[in-house]
Design a protein around this ligand. Structure first.
Ligand code: NAD
Length: 492
């Protein structure tokens, strides 16, 4: 990547946010800093948007929705999404570096996400011309034709977390553009830079003013006013369960539609017949990928008792061999946690695990050696001797921590796996196809992976059961989240 190709150098300079097709400061003039969690360096100063900025963006989104954007034909929206996808392809290296610098994700991972994220944009481009209602035979007397129409829901407010800024932005903006909605995106204050870069690419692709707006700011100052705003028709939210509950309450004022992708405490069940050579690295990375800062992290590892000790030992060796470092190094496997706050939280869990009597098999502490002392690094950790009631086995840690829990029967494993308020994802390792079917059917989770983990595809629905949220992203269900279905009756 040459200097000329870098749109947004990560050197601490001031940025603006993108509203109504223009780059603007917060009306208050306030800014906040965003830091590289591997080095502690300030890499950007970003407008601290508030309610007034949200209102301006929502008004712009409404004007665009009823105005020029409503006249875009499906094939024009499709062409626009394809142009955006091409620009993502061209600028993927800068997108990768931006995510790595802003939230610590290893560059090997941000680079590898390219196909999936660009695939999402192309998938939604395809869907833009595949939206249709139905004609419905009715039983009324007389000659009355009835049919349904799919119509865009309107102005969408999107609030996203910091752990995958690019994918989260695309999962909101892609379906909004495909369906003809307009959108105000509020990135996390922990990782606002890539969404601004994405806004720039949208602008270059020719997205009309007001169709995509990105307002940076904190959850309380910018997120809450977006969730409450009376002229927002729908909130799509990804983040913690507690914030999701606050959003539902805030949405009550105008009964806006809400879809929620929330937290998890995902179980992974390893049966004694599993191929352990394959299961160990996958089960380990189910919990450690992105330093455990993934909503689907497989952090509760249920292991059939007869292989428990062997599996735990192998996991411990695997964890200890992982390379911890600055995400910018392409050989790094475990990057930093996003912030000091997250580091404190994860250290608190490590301490509680020890205090409650769990045994540290690998890791278990913050990294304080050499250059890594400047960043928020934690060793990938395996706890054994964990019981289901310990805090580390109950709460979402959002750090690289596995709790190994032995089980004796499959019924017991499934019952314990389901004994959580969450239901986002689950994993199973077995060579027995019958067990694979029975267990995957019995697990109360939105995604179940057998002999693999993390498989995601734009054509497959993703979302939660129970307190992991509702609504689906991916698949045809996703577009329905952005659409109204209207019934039309015509007396002939
Ligand atoms: P968070 O809930 O603290 O913040 C998420 C977003 O909500 C941020 O943009 C934040 O500014 C905003 N926000 C905070 N308070 C708000 C309020 N009162 N009103 C409106 N907006 C508000 O979550 P986080 O710490 O950024 O992310 C971690 C959480 O996200 C974890 O619980 C994780 O499981 C979850 N997550 C879920 C998925 C999924 O697809 N299910 C994906 C990624 C992350």
């Amino acid at each position: 990547m040459t200097k000329a190709e870098i749109r947004f150098p990560l050197d601490g300079r001031a940025r603006k946010m993108f509203v109504d097709g223009a780059w603007v400061e917060a009306r208050s003039g306030k800014v906040f800093e965003t830091r590289n969690p591997a080095t502690g360096e300030v890499i950007g100063r970003v407008p601290r948007g508030e309610a007034a900025d949200i209102s301006v963006a929502v008004a712009a989104a409404r004007r665009a929705f009823v105005g020029p954007w409503s006249r875009f034909k499906p094939f024009e929206r499709q062409a626009l999404l394809l142009r955006i996808a091409d620009l993502f392809e061209k600028h993927w290296e800068e997108i990768s570096q931006s995510d790595t610098a802003d939230m610590g994700m290893p560059i090997a991972r941000t680079r590898a996400n390219k196909l999936r994220v660009i695939g999402m944009l192309r998938y939604y481009a395809g869907m833009a011309t595949a939206l249709h209602g139905q004609t419905v035979d009715n039983s009324l007397p007389g000659d009355i034709v009835s049919f349904t129409r799919k119509e865009p829901i309107g102005v969408v407010g999107a609030i996203i977390p910091w752990n995958a800024p690019t994918a989260a932005s695309v999962w909101k903006i892609g379906p909004a553009l495909a369906t003809g909605c307009t959108i105000v995106l509020k990135p996390s204050e922990e990782a606002p830079l890539t969404p601004l870069l994405i806004a720039d690419l949208m602008n270059e692709a020719g997205v009309p003013p007001g169709v995509v707006n990105v307002v940076t700011g904190t959850g309380v100052e910018a997120g809450a006013p977006l969730a409450e705003h009376p002229d927002v028709d729908k909130i799509v939210f990804t983040g913690s369960t507690a914030t999701g509950q606050a959003i539902i309450r805030a949405s009550a004022g105008n009964l806006k539609r809400v879809s929620l992708e929330l937290g998890g405490k995902s179980p992974v069940i390893v049966c004694a017949d599993a191929d352990l050579d394959k299961a160990v690295p996958i089960a380990a990375m189910a919990a450690f990928a992105n330093s455990g800062q993934i909503c689907i992290a497989g952090s509760r590892l249920f292991v059939e008792r007869k292989i428990h000790d062997e599996l735990v030992e192998r996991l411990g060796k695997f964890a200890s061999a992982l390379k911890i470092g600055d995400g910018a190094d392409p050989t790094t496997e475990i990057g930093p946690l996003v912030s000091q706050r997250q580091l404190d939280k994860v250290e608190g869990f490590l301490q509680s695990g020890r205090e409650e009597g769990a045994k540290v098999v690998a890791g278990g502490r913050r990294v304080r050696e050499g250059n890594l002392a400047k960043g928020n690094f934690v060793e990938p950790t395996v706890f054994a001797g964990v019981s289901d009631d310990m805090q580390i086995a109950r709460d979402e840690i959002f750090g690289p921590v596995i709790s190994a829990l032995p089980f004796d029967t499959l019924d017991e494993a499934v019952e314990r796996a389901n004994a959580t308020p969450y239901g986002l994802a689950a994993g199973v390792f077995t060579r027995d196809v019958s067990k694979a079917h029975v267990i995957s059917r019995s697990l109360r989770a939105g995604s179940v992976w057998v002999n693999t983990y993390h498989a995601l595809d734009p054509a497959m629905p993703f979302g939660g059961y129970k307190m992991s949220g509702y609504g689906r992203e991916g698949g045809t269900e996703h577009l329905d989240e952005y659409l109204h279905t209207k019934g039309v009756w015509i007396k002939l």
